[in-house]
Design a protein around this ligand. Structure first.
Ligand code: AMP
Ligand code: GLY
Length: 424
């Protein structure tokens, strides 16, 4: 296979690590990639939303499989762009049509979809400029905490949770009127606050059948004990101890099956990953969000625990034969600990030299925000490195990651010291 993977984070590092191990991998290109992905394939300087440049590259390099790692190109309709072009139609896209990607791209679309298919999710109302005043009255009567979600993609900054009604009204007003989150601000979903432990479940579907990949739990807050602001994710573990038995049966019957069936019934073209952001409320799963791609940093533990050949799964997806596949999950646990730039998720510095990469022996270091310059590896983002380890259980995996990361250094390096804390 000749593959072009779009993205430059830890997720794309883990995906290219996994794909490069396949005997089916002939050429793997990563656009734009990072200092780590060049160990698994060839980095190419293309923007992930520059569809024309991606087209030219695909034709010049006989790409047969385009794999958008992140949601942006999918929500922007890269699938539709390829399928509408006679020269590109034959290329397999690992990811849904623009309409399918709206499961992630529009909170309101996702909520309506769940309502139509009786998929458990927090109760909600949607407001826009027309019923703005109703929204303010609704907030007055709402129980606290209140969850406010800007409708479109907002890079993790579109959700505000507050117990202060006046603050809720201020945020609501600015989300709707001031378009604080760009185009994402025109509609606002107000929803019931759910209490429980979150987890991420991943289905890989050919539009008809699906397989489940190993589940994971990520740690979104910057601080220990889940304190401070949300980040892209500070670490992850897999498996998740409570994701078994009755609970997983409910996840499959109440969430995954009706989602895959619902997409098909509504003729929404969808081949690729469905990421279910779930919360366990007293033993019952509720959907917090859908994503139309793999998670980051979840991929950095899911790919290491997936024993199947990922390119084999992609081939079966293309053929609509995922029913022929049995997914093998490693018996080992895996964890990843993110090393981030000081200051992240607020302002942080880039361009700091990273040392010690060659000294890590017992873990896999997936590069996230890094760049190569004159033989050195420099930090180039908020999340810089993901230190992934295996273990016979989560504790052992975590011990290994925390031991390994002692070898790594860059100025103002920060990381959470309590990944997996609930399960120790
Ligand atoms: P989202 O962007 O929808 O994933 O939301 C970001 C984070 O906000 C989630 O990971 C949850 O931690 C939290 N969150 C979102 N919706 C709810 C809800 N209805 N109840 C409680 N927490 C929520
Ligand atoms: N780790 C959460 C996400 O990828 O959206």
């Amino acid at each position: 296979m000749n593959i072009l993977l779009l993205g430059s984070g830890g997720r794309e590092s883990a995906l290219s690590w996994k794909m490069s191990q396949s005997p089916k991998c002939e050429n793997l290109f990563i656009a734009p990639g990072n200092a780590g992905t060049s160990a698994y394939g060839t980095n190419v300087a293309l923007g992930i939303n520059d569809f024309e440049a991606i087209k030219t590259f695909c034709l010049d390099h006989k790409i047969d499989t385009l794999f958008p790692g992140s949601e942006d190109p999918l929500v922007n309709g890269i699938y539709d762009f390829f399928k509408a072009d006679a020269a590109l139609q034959h290329i397999t896209i690992v990811g849904p049509s623009k309409l399918g990607a709206a499961l992630e791209g529009s909170k309101d679309f996702a909520k309506e979809f769940m309502k139509r298919h009786h998929i458990p999710t927090a109760a909600y109302e949607t407001f826009n400029t027309q019923n703005f005043e109703d929204g303010l009255r609704y907030l007055d009567q709402h129980t606290t905490p209140i969850v406010l979600k800007a409708d479109g993609l907002a890079a993790g900054k579109g959700v505000v949770i507050t117990s202060d009604k006046e603050e809720a009204k201020r945020v609501f007003t600015s989300m709707i009127k001031k378009a604080q989150f760009g185009a994402a601000g025109s509609k606002v979903v107000v929803e019931q606050f759910l209490t429980g432990i979150e987890l991420s479940v991943f289905a890989f579907t050919d539009g008809e059948n699906y397989v489940l990949l190993p589940e994971a739990k990520d740690y979104k807050r910057i601080g220990e004990g889940d304190s401070g602001p949300n980040t892209g994710g500070m670490g992850a573990i897999s498996p998740v101890p409570f994701a078994q038995g009755d609970f997983m049966k409910k996840v499959i019957e109440q969430v995954v099956d009706p989602t895959i069936k619902g997409l098909k019934e509504e003729n929404i073209i969808y081949q690729g990953f469905v990421f279910f952001g779930l919360i366990n409320v007293g033993g019952d799963p509720y959907v917090i969000e859908y994503n139309c791609r793999m998670g980051d940093p979840e991929t950095e533990v899911v790919m290491p625990r997936l024993e199947n050949d990922l390119l084999d799964l992609i081939e079966k997806m293309k053929e609509g034969k995922l029913d022929e596949v049995t997914v093998q999950h490693s018996a080992n646990a895996a964890c990843t600990v993110m090393l981030v730039a000081g200051g992240y998720p607020e302002a942080y510095r880039k361009g700091d030299a990273i040392s010690g990469l060659e000294d890590v022996k017992n873990s896999i270091v997936f590069h996230a925000g890094t760049t190569a310059k004159e033989g050195a590896v420099l930090s180039n983002g908020g999340r810089v490195l993901a230190v992934t380890s295996y273990g016979s259980d989560i504790n052992e995996a975590l011990q290994t990651s925390y031991e390994s990361l002692k070898a790594l250094h860059f100025d103002n390096m920060n990381f959470r010291k309590d990944i997996g804390y609930e399960f120790k």
